[in-house]
Design a binder for this molecule. Structure first.
Ligand SMILES: [Zn+2]
Length: 60
């Protein structure tokens, strides 16, 4: 009995796999210390977010 050679076309497989990888997060610059931080996240360098200190950093 004849069988189809391929279940899906290459285009259909590629279109499905467009969502297989996590997108690169949007990066922003911290207005407090100038470090590159992930958008909408507390700055890991100084602990500031939206002009307020969220995470206490030990003073060295
Ligand atoms: Zn910062």
């Amino acid at each position: 009995m004849a069988n189809p050679k391929h279940k899906f076309s290459k285009q259909r497989t590629a279109k499905r796999r467009t969502h297989d990888f996590a997108p690169v997060p949007t990066l922003a610059t911290c207005p407090n210390c100038g470090a590159t931080v992930i958008y909408h996240r507390v700055c890991p360098e100084c602990g500031y977010y939206r002009g307020r200190q969220i995470i206490e950093k030990s003073v060295e």
